[in-house]
Design a protein around this ligand. Structure first.
Ligand code: GLA
Length: 391
């Protein structure tokens, strides 16, 4: 794999002398969906699909980027002095945005560089290909130019990636994805407080289980607009709730505090949105406890409730995801399943006992084809470590 990466680099950039190799995983969120924009907890883990890169410094101030996944875009070339979002640069705006974020903090490369990216993460599948690209670019810059990043470095890389996503790409996402990718450890999920950024790793004991990702292969056109709209609805709900308490985020409100206040909200829609965030945040803390105790049955039940809340209260699921999840629930070997990521397409995640895993894979594929008249893709994933240099 590493040799092939070098060869691909050489065929694109002449030779592969002095090239360094890097990798970043994608992520799956196990639970804690749509809580990171509201100061709540999340519990994602890295997955064994991701993006690799080969890179080396140049002698001039040009940046040359090529992606094996977007060959039609060709190599994208720009100077370190012109870090401006350009529609025609497509995917390369992500690494460019990271350079821009680094520059905002005084981390300015002493020369240009060239990099080749090559990933096996389905783009637009909700497994954080964009955050993987951002964090990977940060790792490359840090390794090639040795910036004195604020400690802990991995957290700073996550924050710089989010800055690129929010301010350069214009997507108001939270910090979950970048943290999962930068801070992840093998066979663990990251229990992260999105407000304080305090975190700890919790083992995911997959000895008797398979972690499946079920890709609906429905693209997520609505994601950005609806994502921002949900944030606004939650901001309105919070504003009304602040008449009864001095909370700064929905994630600070407990289910007990919310229960008597819910009927006082002016609009049932706001009530549902706030209820999702507050109960999901509570479920995520509970999920961390049961996972720590190795109780995957209870963990699976929390996943199921999370899906229902996303389906009916936060309304970010879709027919395809509901179909994958409901078929999974009916399967005797499945201990829990839910949509994962922003929603409106993309993927679901299922926790399935080993003995029924092969049957599960076949039966869910067939059921999805029957009900939706389209094919899904199913992947078995393991949990690797976070982004870093590999050669
Ligand atoms: C996207 C965002 C994350 C998070 C999820 C929903 O993946 O990038 O920050 O908000 O949606 O949980």
């Amino acid at each position: 794999m590493q040799e092939e990466l070098k060869q691909r680099f050489a065929s694109r950039f002449g030779d592969a002398s002095k090239v360094r190799l890097y990798a970043a995983p994608g992520r799956v969120n196990l639970i804690g969906e749509h809580t990171d924009c509201h100061g709540g907890y999340v519990l994602p883990s890295p997955i064994s699909f991701g993006i690799r890169a080969a890179a080396r410094v140049r002698e001039d101030s040009l940046v040359r980027l090529y992606s094996e996944n977007f060959p039609a875009s060709g190599p994208v070339t720009f100077s370190l002095e012109e870090l401006v979002h350009q529609r025609e640069d497509g995917w390369a705006n992500y690494p460019k945005g990271v350079l821009w974020a680094f520059r905002n903090h005084g981390y300015i490369p002493s020369s240009g560089f060239e990099a080749l990216f090559w990933g096996d993460l389905p783009a637009g599948g909700g497994l954080s290909s964009s955050a993987a690209l951002e964090v990977l670019t940060g790792v490359i810059l840090q390794d090639l130019f040795g910036f004195p990043l604020e400690a802990p470095e991995a957290l700073t890389l996550a924050k710089l990636g989010q800055e690129a996503e929010n301010r350069f790409m214009g997507v108001q996402s939270g910090i979950m994805d970048q943290c999962a990718i930068a801070l992840g450890t093998p066979e663990h999920a990251l229990f992260l407080n999105s407000q304080t950024l305090e975190h700890r790793s919790i083992p995911v004991p997959l000895k008797d289980h398979v972690l499946f990702i079920l890709n609906s292969r429905k693209s997520r056109e609505l994601t950005t607009s609806e994502y921002n709209l949900r944030r606004e609805e939650c901001a309105k709900a919070l504003q009304e709730l602040q008449a009864w308490g001095s909370w700064q985020a929905l994630g600070e409100i407990s289910p007990e505090e919310f229960a008597p206040l819910a009927p006082k909200l002016s609009d049932p829609l706001l009530r549902r949105r706030a209820r999702h965030v507050i109960l999901e945040n509570h479920r995520t803390q509970r999920a961390a406890q049961v996972l720590e105790a190795g109780d995957l049955k209870s963990f699976g039940r929390l996943m199921n409730r999370s899906h229902l809340s996303l389906q009916f209260d936060y309304e970010v699921s879709c027919r395809e995801l509901d179909c994958l999840v409901e078929c999974s629930w009916q399967h005797p070997a499945c201990d829990g399943a839910r949509m994962t990521g922003a929603g409106f397409g993309g993927c679901a995640v299922a926790l399935v006992r080993n003995e029924g895993a092969s049957a599960f894979e076949e039966e869910i594929s067939a059921a999805y084809l029957r009900h939706m008249e389209r094919e899904c893709s199913i992947y078995r994933v393991s949990i690797p470590g976070g982004a870093g240099r590999i050669g």
